[in-house]
Design a protein around this ligand. Sequence first.
Ligand SMILES: [Zn+2]
Length: 176
Amino acid sequence: MEFKGKSLKDRDFKEKNILYTDWHVKAHYAWDCGVALSKFFEGLKEGKLYGRSCPECGRVVIPPRMFCELCFKPTDKWVLLKDEGRINTFSVSYVNTDASRREKPNVPAVIEIEGASEGMGILHLVAHPEKIEWENLEEVLSMIKIGTKVKAVWKPSNEREGAITDIKYFVPVKEE
Ligand SMILES: [Zn+2]
């Protein structure tokens, strides 16, 4: 694919090929994920997706939280959800995290998790079901649409660390 302009790489910053300023912040902090996200991350380590339900409106939210932002009431139950869902929205990206160009696209998507309320989902990557890597835009669009059913592909249990990356990616699955 041909792109106008010149893409930047990490190297360009390190070798000072471009104008930039380097400033180190002296910030020391500790971060606690709280009750809801701690349980969510523990669940990921076990290969499980946990949501939380609201006794007032009945919604099941994922990622879980300890209060319902619509009812202003505490949520009261853990709900074990399936590791599958449907694509709510997606993008076909030719940019890496270091801003360099990719030869082949990847597909970040918001996935609505089955069993959670409508619009509840997590951001993750969608891979090709057989070969992981997508060849091009046309191939992506031939297999993925808004509403396409997808299923999580997990890391082996001994490699999981309680992070969203314990799910390697989602892949499209055939509808029964
Ligand atoms: Zn509620």
